[in-house]
Design a protein around this ligand. Sequence first.
Ligand SMILES: [Zn+2]
Length: 175
Amino acid sequence: MTARPPTFTRFRDAQAELARSGAVLFRDADGVESLVIRYPYSIDYIHSYAEDSPFFLGLAEGRLRGSKCRKVKCGFVYGTPRSHCMVCGTPTEWADLPTRGRVHSWTTCHFGSEAFLKETPYNLALVEFDGVGSLLLVRLKDCVESDLYVGMPVEARFDPNPKYSITDVWFVPAP
Ligand SMILES: [Zn+2]
């Protein structure tokens, strides 16, 4: 066994050695040497969707669920479900949204979290629906940035193998 792992002064070089052997010494600009090791870990995070559960169960059934204010005189419909109405404070009830809408605005992401790295760059859009007062933030697939415009018709697609995650839904350009 090697008593001391190799020493590096550039972290980029150290990374290659970490990938290979799992340990390096890294000497910083002040001459301080730190033992750096590769330490893989993973966790299973037990997460409850609680009152949001019908939204994710809906995605698995190919349904897009928003919420609607229970106060008849208000009746505000939310594209992103909320437990209580932002307009009047009344509790809401679940309401199916149309699965077709229009691009309200969008952005193209050139960086992303680990779940989205494989599809980077990807497009995120705020989608508006007829009869719905607020917007839904979703990914847009099957199109590139230069295809997109405000008001572009889009429709929902649902993962046939749902993971009960927001990635179970995305939108594509509608004919
Ligand atoms: Zn209301």
